[in-house]
Design a protein around this ligand. Structure first.
Ligand SMILES: Nc1nc2c(c(=O)[nH]1)N[C@H]1C(S)=C(S)[C@@H](COP(=O)(O)O)O[C@H]1N2
Ligand SMILES: [Mo]
Length: 321
């Protein structure tokens, strides 16, 4: 059973190639002006309809210098090729089923080693008057990547408001776990323990790159991307970027993480993108940029070495994977 679970998550290199090719083909068809619905090779027509169930408000935001200057991954790929296991393990499942998620109103519980614990409304946590855009690479541990224009606030701006105590060495996050809204939680095969949990060391959390996204491509976050607020940690594998957060906890011990719990020898706490440390069952040397043909060399810390290498100065990154 465990093997089966892993198969759905760990796309083989061929499957990744096929998906990427599928999306390129789709985009080609789109740019050629053909109607998406008219194409029978498009398996995600239903997803497309579902994705439009909730109308996404445009956001006011400031442009920033956070931009790798690489071609943006098309909106369709960003919002239809997803990992959000609470809605199913297929890449198209989140776009198809996440319309059931209700991101408004939303509140987040804050607890642990912090000056101002309590329950916060989304609006009290995220300063919607000070949103910024950050274009980041997203590298999934499955060896595919995207370039996404996120809208949000630095995580540090939220954490400072809450006042972590000096003893707090880590911050832990939890995703909503609601069987009514999330069909993956009702699935007979339990893929992960719910709720989905993740964590960061406090210095990682306070790093300028660490972002709380509330939107992408100029609008509110689509449900499948983790509405209404999700973490974006661009130098770590995508699974660290936890979606639809309902709990933030400050702690002095290293928090458990969902993937670490399910396979401790495969998914470490740090999970920094590192081309020199392979996953036990596949190489991390290269990756496929969704929408592109061919491969790219994977960059150390996903290309953010200058900003984050100092966080791991005296650490053995093979042991601390
Ligand atoms: N709650 C939750 N967060 C999650 C996941 C998930 O299954 N559940 N998948 C992770 C993985 S593996 C990746 S690659 C990214 C994908 O984000 P995206 O779908 O917005 O591109 O979300 C991460 N956050
Ligand atoms: Mo991922």
């Amino acid at each position: 059973m465990l093997i089966k679970k892993r198969e759905s998550w760990h796309l083989s290199e061929n499957e990744v190639t096929d998906e990427a090719a599928y999306l390129s083909r789709r985009n080609f068809i789109r740019s050629a002006g053909a109607a998406i619905g008219a194409s029978s090779i498009v398996g995600a027509t239903g997803a497309l309809q579902a994705a439009s169930e909730r109308s996404l408000l445009p956001l006011q935001y400031a442009k920033t210098a956070f931009d790798p200057g690489e071609t943006l991954t098309p909106y369709e790929a960003v919002t239809q090729y997803n990992n959000y296991y609470e809605f199913g393990t297929g890449k198209g499942d989140p776009a198809e089923h996440a319309w059931r998620l209700e991101p408004k109103p939303w509140s987040v519980t804050v607890e642990g080693l912090v000056d101002k614990p309590g329950t916060y409304a989304f609006e009290d946590l995220v300063d919607m008057k000070n949103l910024e855009e950050r274009i980041y690479r997203l590298r999934c541990v499955e060896a595919w990547s995207m370039v996404i224009p996120w809208i949000g606030v630095p995580l540090s701006s939220i954490l400072r408001k809450l006042g972590p105590k000096p003893e707090a060495k880590y911050v832990a996050f939890e995703t909503l776990a609601d069987r009514n809204q999330m069909r993956g939680l009702r699935s007979f095969f339990k893929v992960l323990d719910w709720p989905y949990v993740e964590g960061l060391r406090m210095d990682e959390a306070m790093n300028d790159l660490t972002f709380m996204a509330v939107g992408l491509y100029g609008k509110e976050l689509p449900n499948q991307n983790g509405a209404p607020l999700r973490l974006v940690v661009p130098w770590k594998y995508g699974f660290k970027s936890i979606k639809s957060i309902v709990n933030i906890r400050f702690t002095d011990t290293m928090p458990k993480t969902s993937w670490g719990r399910s396979a401790p020898s495969e998914y470490g706490f740090y999970s920094n993108v590192n081309p020199n440390v392979d996953h036990p069952r596949w190489s991390q040397r290269s990756e496929r940029r969704i929408g592109e043909f061919g491969k790219r060399q994977t960059l150390m810390f996903n290309g953010y070495e200058e900003q984050v290498a100092h966080l791991y100065k005296d650490m053995d990154l093979k042991r601390n994977y």
